[in-house]
Write a protein that binds this ligand. Structure first.
Ligand code: PMP
Length: 364
């Protein structure tokens, strides 16, 4: 008998099985239309219902107030690295960046093209495994926003205490932990996330933006990169990524109906993460890269205690033979990384935990 395959990829990553089954059942004949969702006009009723339902359910799940717009854009989170400063770094052309990992660094580098962003706290280098404490006095009162990355996909750290920025809006890259727990949207001016981790397939980027921050972009900003243009066109300024939006809708429905909302999801995620960290902490051969309370629930990097790369290779090879796939660490840090997003079932984490214990016994 074939073992089930559990995919620990950091993104694109595993999707809920029931969502895939639903999509499969509707694939070639969506709601009796005789067409697939991929073939539907983006301005027709069938697709309009999908995009409106997707937004409605996302608003319910995250408790998004009416003074925030929700947009399903393209270009990935990387496009937001530029779109954010083009639209928001406009008053004083200054912004403060908290650089807690490689993606945050990329966001900061991109912002330099549009003004003078500043790094106010940096956990690169030796301190990569910690989230720096950000206090009010560190923030430039003239900053147009403060940018943070709430979950560092590569490093495996997460923000648990949001910086107090006063009236300065917080812009958050939530690509790798959006929808993993309930957050208070009103603490943020703008939230963005690439879809391919906790939302659905690649191709769509969620932007949640406080309405008063829209409409500040200079007239030289390309239309596609102006939040005001998308807001005015109600999400269909041009052809949106229709199939990705449909899949995201199915994932939102799954979160609401099957999981029962984000409080339940958070509980499941915390349990999964605790189970895995506890196993790694008790391992003879392996240790977690992140030791303290900044540990991410979503991305769990671990490595050989003695830096034995051959042992890591053996682990990855044997894991794969068991159907525990894509556990290789990011090329910049090596070792292993288990991404255990919302859609990774407890059974998958349990299978990994059992394998780590068994491998430990056999090889030490
Ligand atoms: N930010 C974070 C935190 C990420 O993990 C990633 C992708 N892994 C990105 C940004 C870049 O996303 P995209 O590939 O959608 O541009």
């Amino acid at each position: 008998i074939m073992n089930p395959v559990y995919n620990f990829s950091a993104g694109p990553s595993t999707l809920p099985k029931s969502v895939l089954k639903k999509a499969e059942a509707e694939l070639s004949n969506y709601k009796g239309s005789g067409m697939s969702v991929m073939e539907l006009s983006h301005r027709g009723k069938l697709f309009m219902d999908i995009i409106q339902d997707a937004e409605k359910t996302l608003r319910e799940l995250m408790n998004i107030p009416d003074d925030y717009s929700v947009m399903f854009l393209q270009g990935g989170a990387s496009t937001q690295f530029a779109m954010v400063p083009m639209n928001l770094m406009v008053n004083n052309k200054k912004a403060d960046y908290v650089v807690t990992g490689s993606w945050a660094q990329k966001a900061y580098e991109e912002a330099k093209k549009f003004g003078t962003p500043r790094v106010i706290a940096n956990s690169h280098g030796a301190d990569l495994s910690h989230i720096p404490k950000v206090t009010r006095d560190m923030i430039d009162p003239e900053a147009d926003y403060v940018h943070i990355t709430t979950n560092n996909t590569i490093e495996g750290t997460a923000f648990y205490d949001l910086p107090d920025t006063g009236d300065i809006p917080i812009v958050a890259d939530m690509s790798s932990n959006i929808l993993s727990e309930q957050i208070d949207v009103t603490n943020y001016g703008l939230i963005y996330a690439g879809a391919q981790k906790n939302i659905g397939p690649a191709g769509m980027t969620v932007v949640i933006i406080r309405k008063d921050l829209i409409g500040q972009a200079d007239s030289s900003v390309p239309s596609m990169l102006d939040y005001a243009v998308h807001q005015k066109a109600k999400g269909i300024y041009n052809t949106p990524p229709t199939f990705s939006i449909y899949m995201a809708k199915l994932v939102f429905d799954w979160l609401k109906e099957d999981i029962g909302g984000l409080e339940n999801m958070a509980k499941i995620n915390e349990d999964k993460a605790n189970l895995l960290y506890e196993t790694i902490d008790h391992s003879i051969l392996f240790e977690a890269s992140i030791k303290d309370r900044d540990r991410s629930w979503m991305n769990v990097p671990f490595l050989s205690k003695t830096g034995d790369e051959e042992l890591e290779k053996k682990f990855l090879k044997e894991a794969e033979a068991r159907g525990l796939v894509t556990l290789k660490g990011h090329r910049s840090v090596g070792g292993m990384r288990a991404s255990i997003y919302n859609a990774m079932p407890v059974e998958g984490v349990q299978a990994l935990v059992d394998f780590i214990k068994e491998f430990d016994q056999k090889n030490s």
